[in-house]
Design a protein around this ligand. Structure first.
Ligand code: 0A1
Ligand code: ZN
Length: 872
């Protein structure tokens, strides 16, 4: 990236330490929309008060707005200053009414931030700083106001005109127009504002709260898609009930609306009383959606609903505090999912995200604490660190304080801060005060980035029976921080007596030790032999665990650990040890080590009492991404091949067992139940192994399953197996799938993704062809993520091709996307900026592409921030 090539000044870095209270506050907002695709008129009247004694002017944020007029207490003003991003109004009044009129172009807004059009419907996305694309405003989360919204639009095109709160009035106008007025009784920051206008199918329901109030539930979906909305609606009712029982939290308005839109940058948005969702997280029936989709819908519906208390009633003082609402709400949705489905599968899902994505982020130039200190573009900080590591930090508080102590802390938090915009420190203080526990050192989790390593060693003295465990912690310097301090790490573990009868698990009751020092030693006396250490139960801390497990320790843990997570983790360690060893050996040959590794799983496969879900997880070979995070530096191609080699040997060895297992599971008519989900999952896993082992019946079973499936999970399961087995067969089934679903882009995204992550020599030519598909458009984030995202994140052989063509392909695409949707472009640059662990040749190729992107004229702040950070 050459410096000073663009005319615009370098984007400004904002710092958490520079926080200042706003100079003015806004009490009420009365905003009026005259909706037209290209020329929407926004008239916004606010009551403004000076905050404190000063004579500074009022500086409002605004971007891409055509200003029409400014009135102060009804008088047209000319004494104002306008630039690209702000409007400065000079006044010495302490209280005044400000009316601003401006024009915007929703149809021309491809960034999907502010007011835009999605398949003809108007909708808004204001978090984090999108309200400034609607009108000039104090666009910051600590300015809380009461909103009244009037929407005027064409009656035929936009029969539904929606905003936050309660509908208070409506009427008809000339020219086939109508209007609706909404009033939200709760104070809110502007990022929670929402407007939707369009024609939809409407599903209605009611929920009666614990205190017997009736809440209207309304779900708006694309015309003709109503029957795909029921699972989302059921999920909403479950979420509402769950928050009442678990946290004593009731919904507070008389109506809760959800709108599903096709064009959306993220998963969903928690706007007060009017959630806007990516249709991917609403629409589902068994024909169109997999079990995983059903799970995700329930989780995201829950997540947005739980925000009503953790995010909306209590919000963030500034955007550096994002994890205050996101870490906490992710933790809450994870707990909800635990109660709704298989807890172990759910926990493994959480851990995979941490290990495959969050650890990767922390090892990259984008490393940041869950409460970042410096930001150029806030949209870059909706990260796995803020969200998922943030949730792990909350989980550690839950572990340290216990369920009751945690609940007491939550109660105090709501009691103290309801209706306010607060900080992460305020939250921890409430936890501290409710439990009388000093959390000073714990707070370092908020300010320190990086993945801590916990190293464990142990000694056993035969004569005395004394068993000693030494725990030490270390966090290596990260790109953003050189110095690291000791953290509070809760370690849940137990000891397994090796001498005991194999059938019985003789286990010393689970211990929780708080690791606070660099090194700590714990002793156990009277041990008749050296016990096996079962560590990091339930992934009790977001750390890497180093302990020199022997193969027999791992086998003992797989079979006997009292903690399901540890059992699974042991199985993954067995696989990983072997694959990493193979990758290290240089030449890839079948070895004794493969045989020994594979043999370990015999007992797991044949254990009839093992929970089917845990069995499936234990028999799943670690993903390339999780293996990649376990090494400092690696030849990616070597690692990919080694993984495949083990997978094939594993598949071959147990061919008969896979076949028998597949045949033994008969599932009645599709239902989304915990039991059936487990059955489908193991069947689809063994189908993959049958394909990989080229079992003589593999092809016919795959075809049979594909043709007779009564649900999407099994259709995709068959395709995924074919992809691993025979490409000719795969291509023909894929063709049939495309024929069937060509009119349904949401379903076709699964097909785009499968195409994009297929290992084949002509992958780039294929991608070019697919970009010309009738349903493909660069303007829709779901399409882009399905095709380009799947390639960049998951097609190891194609993306990391040593000729550099994969990197160049992604870079070329991002250069195009930069102009259309900077947010999505910035999310998709992630695999390119994570060059630190690949071999030096590939590092150079990746950096070269980053420089090319960096030289793009009109580079967005989003990409600028990531590229400047990641180039050495
Ligand atoms: N608050 C939402 C996530 C979200 C963030 C930004 C968006 O647009 C830039 C959209 C949604 C959540 O946590 O669900
Ligand atoms: Zn959220």
């Amino acid at each position: 990236m050459s410096t000073n090539t663009t005319s615009s000044p370098a984007p400004i870095v904002k710092r958490r330490a520079d926080y200042q209270q706003p100079d003015f506050l806004i009490q009420t907002v009365d905003i009026h929309f005259e909706l037209e695709s290209h020329e929407t008129i926004v008239t916004c009247s606010t009551t403004v008060t000076r905050n404190g004694k000063h004579d500074k002017p009022l500086v409002l944020d605004g971007e891409q707005l055509k200003l029409l007029s400014v009135k102060l207490d009804g008088k047209e003003q000319s004494d104002y200053l306008q630039d690209e991003t702000s409007l400065t109004i000079h006044t010495l009044k302490n209280e005044f009414e400000l009316t601003i009129q401006n024009q915007i172009d929703p149809k021309g807004n491809s960034s999907l931030e502010g007011l835009y059009q999605s398949s003809g419907a108007f909708c808004t996305q204001c978090e984090a700083e999108g309200f400034r694309k609607i009108t000039y405003f104090l666009d910051r989360p600590d300015v809380l106001a009461k909103y009244q919204v009037t929407i005027v639009g064409d009656k035929t095109l936009y029969p539904y005109l929606l905003s936050n709160g309660n509908k208070v009035d409506s009427g008809e106008l000339a020219d086939n127009k109508h209007w609706v007025k909404w009033s939200d009784p709760f104070n809110k920051p502007c990022y929670l504002f929402a407007l939707v206008a369009g024609d939809f199918d409407l599903l209605e329901d009611t929920f009666v709260t614990a205190s017997n109030r009736s809440v209207k539930l309304e779900l708006f979906v694309d015309k003709g898609k109503a029957e795909r909305g029921y699972h989302a609606l059921e999920s909403l009712k479950k979420s509402m009930a769950w928050d009442e029982t678990e946290f004593g939290l009731e919904y507070d308005l008389d109506i809760y609306m959800i709108v599903a839109v096709d064009f959306f940058n993220m998963g969903a948005m928690e706007n007060k009383g009017l959630n806007v969702f990516n249709s991917k997280f609403v629409l589902a029936n068994e024909q169109t959606a997999t079990d995983e989709d059903f799970f995700n819908i329930e989780a995201v519906i829950g997540h947005e609903y739980f925000h009503n208390w953790t995010g909306n009633r209590i919000t963030c003082r500034d955007w550096f505090q994002l994890s205050l609402k996101e870490g906490l709400t992710v933790f809450r949705d994870q707990q909800f999912s635990n109660d709704m489905s298989s807890p172990i599968v759910n926990r493994i899902k959480n851990v995979r995200i941490m290990r495959e994505h969050q650890f990767a982020e922390d090892a990259s130039a984008m490393s940041h604490p869950i409460r970042p200190d410096e930001v150029i573009e806030m949209n870059n900080f909706y990260t796995v660190t803020v969200y998922d590591k943030g949730a792990e930090v909350i989980r550690m508080l839950h572990t340290l304080l216990g369920k009751q102590g945690f609940r007491a802390g939550m109660d105090l938090y709501f009691q103290r801060f309801d209706g306010q915009a607060v900080t992460c420190d305020d939250f921890v203080q409430a936890m501290q005060d409710a439990n009388n526990k000093d959390l000073t050192q714990f707070r370092r989790w908020y300010s320190q980035s990086g993945t801590p390593q916990v190293t464990v060693s142990d000694t056993y003295e035969q004569e005395t029976g004394l068993y000693k465990i030494e725990f030490s912690q270390q966090t290596k310097p990260t790109f953003d921080q050189a110095e690291k301090l000791n953290l509070v790490i809760p370690m849940r573990f137990s000891l397994i007596d090796q001498n005991h009868n194999q059938q019985l698990n003789s286990v010393i009751e689970e211990q929780i030790v708080e690791l606070t020092e660099q090194t700590q030693v714990i002793e156990f006396s009277n041990q008749s032999s050296k016990p096996v250490l079962s560590l990091l139960h339930d992934f009790c801390a977001p750390v890497k665990l180093n302990y020199a497990y022997s193969r027999s320790d791992l086998v003992a843990l797989m079979l006997k650990s009292p903690d399901d997570f540890t059992r699974w983790d042991a199985s993954q360690r067995v696989f990983s040890q072997c694959i990493l060893q193979l990758a290290d050996q240089g030449e890839i040959t079948k070895t004794q080590s493969i045989k020994d590794t594979v043999a370990v799983f015999d007992q797991v496969i044949n254990d009839a009492n093992l929970d089917l879900a845990l069995k499936t997880e234990m028999l799943t070979i670690p993903s390339f991404e999780s293996l990649f995070q376990q090494v400092e530096s690696v030849d990616v191609e070597q690692l990919r091949k080694s993984r495949l080699q083990l997978l094939e040997a594993f598949a071959d060895t147990y061919q008969t067992q896979w076949f028998d297992l597949y045949k033994s599971i008969q599932i009645p008519k599709y239902e989304y139940t915990v039991e059936q989900v487990k059955q489908r999952k193991i069947r689809n896993l063994v189908l993959k192994y049958l394909a990989a082992s080229q079992h003589q019946h593999a092809q016919s079973i795959i075809e049979q399953q594909f043709l007779t499936a009564d649900n999407m999970t099994d259709s995709i399961g068959a395709l995924a197996a074919a992809q691993l087995g025979d490409l000719a067969e795969f291509d023909s089934l894929m063709q049939q799938f495309e024929q069937k679903w060509q009119a349904d882009p949401l379903v076709l995204d699964k097909w785009f993704a499968l195409q994009a992550n297929t290992d084949r020599a002509d992958i780039l030519a294929r991608l070019e062809l697919l970009m010309g598909h009738a349903q493909y458009t660069i303007n829709n984030p779901n399409r882009v993520r399905a095709l380009i995202g799947s390639f960049a994140f998951y097609n190891v052989s194609g993306f990391h091709n040593i000729d550099g063509s994969g990197y160049k392909f992604v870079a070329d695409y991002l250069i195009k996307l930069n102009d259309i949707n900077p947010q999505v472009a910035s999310r998709m640059i992630t695999p390119l900026i994570q060059w630190q662990k690949v071999d030096v040749k590939r590092q150079a190729l990746m950096q070269h592409q980053l420089m090319r992107i960096g030289d793009t004229p009109g580079l967005s702040k989003d990409l600028y921030e990531k590229i400047t950070k990641s180039l050495p």
